[in-house]
Design a protein around this ligand. Structure first.
Ligand code: ATP
Ligand code: MG
Length: 245
């Protein structure tokens, strides 16, 4: 990361790409994660590489949901672990959530490598290694979750999630918060709270909102949630991408 001059106009994007490359080298990120990153990077370019106001509002709503939750869980895949490991640990601390490794291309080696990577970034307890429950209506490999983790969670944050699993989680009637730069992708389309923003900006901002809302009453948190219009948030993101406004 030191080799890229900070005043380079594509600095953040280059850093992001390097982190994914390092993730692949370390056995944390699947090679397919590079394609996902490329798609995300194109959408971010069109969004202006900034957190648009509707995304900031969604990040605040997500923080409110997480603070009200009985059992919130943050799902971690190979791209998330490579890009924002410490930031996910900080968010989990701010809202008292669990972290669970949840992979599309699941191997015991990658699960363990990601869990270890999260521990190196301050995580105490990492779920996803037991995998003793299944999400209904999904093929066996992708359905694996922890019984006392995602399976039992009332609120789940699933960044960069695959569309099938996002739909299956929605059918389980969980409050689903999706972070995804493509507002047309199925995952944000089915989410209760779609956050169309780069995970690199979204997660620290959710933590800032959570810290600000830490002393808010349950009624105040519910009011923030009530006000949110998911359709409008998706439309605002699409409008920015298509028309730049
Ligand atoms: P589908 O429409 O079936 O969901 P997809 O094109 O979304 O397919 P996936 O590989 O399942 O493909 O998902 C990758 C998603 O992650 C893309 O929508 C991409 O925009 C998003 N993404 C990639 N990098 C980031 C990032 N840094 N922050 C937020 N979203 C990202
Ligand atoms: Mg998708």
């Amino acid at each position: 990361e030191e080799e890229i001059p900070e005043d380079h106009p594509r600095y953040q994007d280059l850093i992001t790409r390097h982190r994914i490359e390092n993730g692949v080298e370390k056995g944390i990120t699947h090679l397919q994660g590079m394609h996902a990153e490329g798609r995300g990077s194109a959408f971010d370019y069109l969004l202006g590489e900034e957190t648009i106001p509707s995304a900031d509002a969604a990040e605040r709503v997500a923080a409110a949901h997480l603070l009200l939750a009985e059992q919130p869980v943050l799902s971690i895949n190979g791209n998330v672990a490579a890009l924002v490991p410490g930031e996910m640990v900080a968010l989990a601390d701010a809202v008292d959530a669990d972290l669970e490794v949840n992979l599309f291309n699941r191997t015991p080696e990658r699960i363990e490598a990601i869990a270890e990577h999260l521990r190196e970034h301050g995580a105490e307890d990492v779920k996803g290694l037991t995998a003793d429950a299944r999400i209904p209506n999904l093929d066996h490999q992708r359905a694996k979750v922890d019984a006392d983790g995602i399976y039992a969670a009332d609120v789940v944050v699933v960044p960069l999630e695959d569309g099938d699993r996002a739909e299956a989680l929605q059918e389980m009637e969980k409050t689903e918060i999706v972070i995804d730069l493509n507002p047309l992708s199925r995952s944000p389309q089915v989410a209760e709270v779609p956050i169309v923003d780069n995970i690199i900006r979204a997660v620290p901002n959710m933590t800032v909102h959570a810290e600000e809302l830490a002393t808010a009453s349950e009624d105040e948190l519910r009011a923030i949630i009530e006000e949110f219009d998911r359709e409008r948030a998706l439309e605002a993101a699409e409008e920015r991408i298509r028309n730049g406004v």
